[in-house]
Design a protein around this ligand. Structure first.
Ligand code: 5CA
Ligand code: ZN
Length: 411
């Protein structure tokens, strides 16, 4: 399906730096260096309801910073993202509100696209809804059944992934580094069904859900039904990006089970790792809890926009925090960003054409695990000092941070 309009991104000035980023699998900072000249990125997209809250926005912005650093370093970027446009939480919300689930998914995806555009987030090259790839997912489930890496439970039509039957390079816990107890707890909390009778391992995840009365279902090579959650991302990533992808990303709530099993399914299908790096953004909170659909403590990008907040202020607000930290959003936080943007704009208005090597300082701060707080502090110091701004630095703020400081520059 179509993504959204790409913002203009100024051409790099001089040589960029290959970014380093924290890898959840190896538990350390690693260079996000692509094989060859193309960096590839898969980021888990929204389940389209309650979009777009500031937690979502912060996560897509974190990976946008990575994309911008790659572009700055001279790489081509191939980026794919899904929408989980059929899944239990979406169906439950549609039923609760008495709307058709397809209608809900469509309107919420439209809202998300608009919000991403407002925030000047670079769109994926492949934006793929799960309902667009149902036959392909079913083919992959069949392949896993034929290879003895998947099994059927009772006569429900449900198919599960056999975590233990899978062969190298993946093994259970490889991506998340979690012990069994933690995995069991997260599985129960995040869409798994460890108590389901008849499974070979309580942690084995659903690959295909057999048709149930009143639920959407598709005819397929594994029988009527719909896909499980993790296999959708494995299949979309494998079909749209060269494997292994340079970075597989999402929020830290996807560390387990989602990314563990997306990696597991992909390895079972190809014999290779899904990704070189598994990167996770922290959780944005509000009123003392993680901002989440189930709790309802949400602040929406569209509502802030409708209330007159400049989207650039929202963007700068989210860049204030380290992408890996869990942090609490407040109104005051937003006001600080508004003051900062005003100060930076005043500073940028007197930019000159003179030579400037300070862009390298900005890029090297960001290249160290997308350290936007350090970059912002450095720019604050620069705006507060008597140093005359240069056009190249102002342009780098646009290219790397997505913040346009001069009115009249291209949108
Ligand atoms: N559709 C699945 C991924 S395949 C999903 O998790 N959808 S979501 O709508 O629940 O979340 C979309 C993205 O936003 C995910 O990467 C998730 O980790 C991230 N996210 C959700 N809540 C927050 C939050 N409070 N702070 C930061 N990121 C969040
Ligand atoms: Zn996903």
């Amino acid at each position: 399906m179509k993504a959204w309009q790409r913002p203009t991104v100024p051409e790099p000035i001089g040589a960029g730096v290959i970014p380093r980023i924290f890898d959840s699998k190896s538990q350390g900072l690693v260079e996000a260096r692509p094989h060859g000249s193309t960096a590839s990125l898969y980021v888990c997209g929204i389940t389209p309801y309650d979009a777009t809250h500031l937690g979502h926005a912060a996560t897509y912005l974190a990976f946008d910073t990575l994309v911008r650093l790659w572009l700055d370093a001279g790489f081509e970027v191939r980026y794919a993202q899904n929408t989980t446009d059929v899944d239990d939480p979406l169906l439950e919300r549609a039923a609760r509100d008495g709307v058709d689930w397809r209608e809900l998914a469509e309107t919420q995806t439209d809202l998300f696209r608009r919000d991403m555009e407002l925030l000047r987030i670079i769109p994926p090259d492949s934006y793929v809804a799960v309902t667009e790839v149902i036959p392909q997912i079913a083919e992959s489930v069949l392949e896993l059944l034929e290879h003895g890496i998947a099994y059927r439970v009772d006569d429900s039509g449900d198919v599960y992934f056999d975590s233990a039957a899978n062969s190298a390079p993946w093994f259970l816990g490889q991506e998340s580094n979690l012990g069994r107890d933690a995995m069991l707890a997260y599985s129960a909390e995040r869409g798994g069904d460890p108590l389901r009778a008849g499974k070979r391992d309580p942690l084995d995840p659903l690959l295909w859900r057999g048709e149930r009365a009143g639920e959407p279902a598709w005819q397929s090579v594994v029988g009527p039904g719909r896909p499980g959650w993790h296999i959708e991302c494995s299949v979309i990533a494998l079909r749209h990006l060269p494997a292994p992808v340079t970075v597989n990303g999402g929020g830290s709530d996807l560390l387990f089970p989602h990314h563990e099993f997306s990696a597991g399914h992909a390895a079972a299908l190809t014999g290779h790792d899904l990704a070189g790096i598994y990167a996770h953004s922290g959780m944005v909170g509000y009123h003392g809890e993680k901002m989440s659909k189930s709790l309802g403590n949400l602040v929406f990008v569209s509502k802030l926009d409708a209330g007159g907040t400049d989207p650039a202020v929202i963007r700068l607000d989210l860049l204030t925090e380290n992408y890996r930290s869990d942090w609490e959003w407040t109104e005051a936080h937003l006001n600080t960003a508004a003051a900062r943007l005003a100060a930076w704009k005043a500073w940028a208005s007197s930019a000159t054409e003179s030579a400037d090597n300070s862009v390298d300082q900005l890029r090297s701060l960001l290249a160290q695990d997308l350290d936007t707080p350090a970059a912002l502090a450095w720019l604050d110091a620069r705006t507060a000092s008597e140093t005359t701004p240069t056009r190249s630095l102002v342009s780098a703020v646009d290219a790397l941070l997505g913040i346009q400081l001069r009115a009249g520059d291209a949108i």
